[in-house]
Design a protein around this ligand. Structure first.
Ligand code: NCD
Length: 306
């Protein structure tokens, strides 16, 4: 049985297959409409979410399956002190597959060790967010026609942003990737990712503070919000939260074909005026998130649609 803990759980070839399947789902939705009839997805969310939980649920519903779950720790037995391992043993008796989001790094990994159904990591603390990465890869491949041979700007909270951590792990496997890491000094990418992932794979990167300096040379800009819930004090958050605001004046510095991605939710880091720019791709990204999660559910449940 297979789980999804990190985007590295899939080889580059397997990712290609998964993205091809997502493409077929997009083109022929009716073909997949009954593929998961009689199957149940449980969403176990110990942390807030809009897109990740609902897109897993939409994916299962689009496949003809059913959904159940909880959307906060307070409404589950975690509030009574139940362990993740006991919860997953229980859920294994009810559902065929589950997606778990947890504020503690490694909680979904604990769950998969005690689970008899596939577990999808839907975000664990500041660590990984593999289904967002699958979404991001599919979005980039669809918009640019390929993955690799591009300069990608990652901007915002690179310290706590799990979407960025997962995306870097996944992208270094493609040839010709360069990163521009755009963050305030306090929110730089953690040293262990710089040394164990970027340096180890000889990936060229530079770190800059000013977004304006990076924009003219980017093929893609990945914006992120400052992760309020991971800060130790409110004061630091308030000081950092509006450090970057992408507006049309800054977009004028960027190439004509530089798409802007964002895992969402957005706070202030992209002004709404940018939404109308054809390079703003963050809502398309949301749609791709449903197709790739449909492909993921089918793959983990080993369901083949002919
Ligand atoms: C992200 C997350 O939860 O890490 N959201 C999402 O799943 N699309 C990004 C964020 O919360 O900033």
């Amino acid at each position: 049985m297979r789980h999804l803990m990190s985007p590295m759980d899939f080889s580059v070839e397997e990712l290609e297959k998964l993205m091809d399947l997502a493409g077929d789902i997009e083109a022929n939705p009716a073909k997949y409409a009954h593929a998961c009839e009689g199957k149940k997805l449980a969403t176990l969310f110990y942390e807030p979410s809009t897109r990740t939980r609902l897109s897993h649920e939409a994916a299962m519903l689009n496949l003809g399956g059913n959904i159940m779950g909880f959307s906060s720790a307070d409404s589950s037995s975690a509030a009574k002190g139940e362990s993740v391992s006991d919860t997953i043993r229980t859920i294994s008796c009810y559902a065929d597959i589950c997606a778990m989001r947890h504020p503690k790094e490694g909680a979904p990994m604990v769950a998969c060790r005690h689970s008899s159904i596939p577990v999808i990591n839907a975000g664990d603390g500041g660590h990984q967010h593999p289904t967002q990465t699958l979404t991001d890869l599919l979005t980039i491949r669809s918009l640019k026609g390929h993955l690799g041979n591009m300069t990608i700007g990652l901007c915002g909270d690179l310290k706590f942003g799990r979407t960025v951590h997962s995306l870097i792990h996944a992208l270094v496997r493609y040839p010709g990737i360069r990163f521009v890491l755009i963050s305030p000094e306090e929110l730089r990418l953690p040293g262990y990712i710089r040394s164990d992932v970027l340096d180890k794979n000889e990936i060229p990167y530079e770190e800059v503070v000013r977004l304006e300096d990076a924009l003219p040379n980017l093929d893609l800009l990945y914006m992120t919000r400052v992760q309020k819930e991971r800060f130790f004090n409110e004061e630091d958050y308030v000081r950092m939260k509006d450090f970057y605001i992408l507006d049309m004046k800054k977009m004028a510095l960027a190439p004509e074909d530089m798409y802007v991605l964002h895992p969402l939710p957005r706070v202030n880091e992209i002004s709404v005026e940018v939404d109308a720019d054809p390079r703003a791709a963050y809502f398309k990204q949301v749609q791709y998130g449903v197709y790739i999660r449909m492909a993921l559910i089918l793959t983990l449940l080993e369901i083949e649609v002919k």
